[in-house]
Design a protein around this ligand. Structure first.
Ligand code: ATP
Ligand code: MG
Length: 387
């Protein structure tokens, strides 16, 4: 507060909600500047919620008006005797964003591509180079949001979605459908968003591909295995960089115009805690979408085997047709327990064994991406000799 007075900031902090059992309360603090809502933050105590809200406000405020905001943040941090660990100026600095302009101004013809739990993705055309890109907008609720781009920026692989750049800007509807919808995620509006420009995957996601394939009612095993092999290669690369994707599922696996597989959505790559995993599970339950998440991901202790578990479910889905969501739901529970639909084993004996291993409840019994890469290469060769 003292700091606000000194810097003539008229920020107002208000605890707007309180929830959870007595031993695990969650307070939500809202920070605003006049009638403009700057952001909201949660904390286990009122003080910590306020502190987090202050961080958001300073981040927004600093980017917008203050050339020396990093030193302001550090001064604030020292005062609170806490390492708030603010991002470096080079990433957020006003030099990159002198007037906090709309990052979407560089593009024309935005078209909605998808909307997930965190982001909103549009197809756009760059006004200068005329090329098409995908731009994902994510609200900056805390600095962890920036991890997605920090990770994506250092990955370079045929099966990972290519990153171009990231900008910070105000929360402006990125396409007409967003401005007309009253989606709860976006009406919250923290004020600042991260706009991630990446390669456009014109052929949509594996989720859409599976849906279409199910309507056609025909499994093409070699196409399925080819897609799966490319997913493995992407995961092998991610694990070789000592990273864990944490959210592998068909909606996060994309296809380029040439039908090359690209793993996308690195939003959870470094930030998902057990608590967040639980919430994500609840969210998927709410939407009726079966979960791909490994059972142990609900807890805080896990390693890169959490990425192998969903691969087992993905391979199963690549080889099996469900005629309805209801049918899919029933099989899903069974497969997660290691029970397969009748006839599956006869038709796909090798694949069934591999899927069972990937779905081992003991993470240590799951094969590594490296091992999978080798065995599927062999399986493909055997297949091509048999048929
Ligand atoms: P989630 O609900 O999985 O957390 P999210 O909000 O983190 O989603 P993404 O998964 O990155 O966001 O993107 C949401 C959707 O937008 C994807 O499922 C996909 O349909 C589409 N999409 C994302 N990136 C691209 C891209 N580069 N090219 C084409 N479509 C994309
Ligand atoms: Mg996603």
């Amino acid at each position: 507060m003292e700091f606000c007075v000194k810097n003539r900031l008229k920020l107002e902090f208000k605890i707007i909600s309180e929830s959870g059992p007595p031993h695990d309360r969650v307070f939500t603090c809202q920070v605003s500047e006049g009638d403009k809502l700057l952001g909201k933050a949660e904390g286990k105590t009122k003080k910590s919620a306020e502190l987090k809200a202050a961080k958001i406000a300073l981040l927004v405020y600093g980017i917008r008006y203050q050339p020396n905001y990093i030193s302001m943040l550090n001064e604030f941090s020292q005062r609170k005797k806490q390492d708030l660990n603010f991002v470096e100026e080079s990433h957020l600095g006003p030099a990159h964003n002198p007037d906090f302009s709309n990052p979407m101004d560089e593009f024309r013809n935005p078209e909605k591509l998808g909307k997930g739990a965190y982001g909103n993705v549009v197809k756009v055309q760059n006004k200068i180079d005329d090329q098409f890109y995908a731009v994902k907008k994510v609200q900056v609720l805390d600095k962890k949001v920036l991890e997605e781009v920090k990770v994506l920026a250092r990955l370079e692989h045929q099966n990972i979605v290519r990153y171009f750049n990231a900008r910070l800007g105000p929360d402006i509807p990125s396409d007409s459908s967003e401005s007309s919808s009253n989606s709860s995620e976006y009406s919250r509006g923290s004020g600042t968003c991260l706009y991630i420009q990446m390669e456009l995957c014109e052929n949509g996601s594996l989720k859409e591909w599976i849906k279409k394939r199910n309507l056609e009612n025909r499994v093409n095993k070699s196409v399925g295995l080819e897609i799966f092999q490319q997913i493995i290669e992407g995961v092998r690369y991610i694990h070789s960089k000592k990273l864990i994707h944490r959210d592998l599922k068909p909606a996060n696996i994309l296809f380029t115009k040439e039908m090359i597989v690209k793993i996308g959505d690195f939003g959870l790559v470094t930030r998902m805690t057990g608590e967040e995993a639980k919430k994500a599970l609840e969210r998927t339950r709410g939407t009726g979408t079966p979960s791909y998440m490994a059972p142990e991901q609900k807890h805080n202790q896990y390693e890169n085997e959490v990425d192998i578990y969903p691969l087992g479910l993905i391979l199963f889905e690549l080889l099996c047709i469900f005629r309805s969501e209801h049918e899919r739901g029933n099989h899903w529970i069974n497969v997660r327990q290691g029970e397969f639909p009748s006839g599956f084993e006869e038709q796909y004996p090798l694949e069934k064994r591999a899927i069972r291993q990937m779905l081992s409840h003991d993470p240590k019994k799951r094969p590594s991406a490296e091992e999978l890469s080798r065995s599927f290469q062999t399986m493909k060769t055997l297949d091509s000799q048999t048929y």
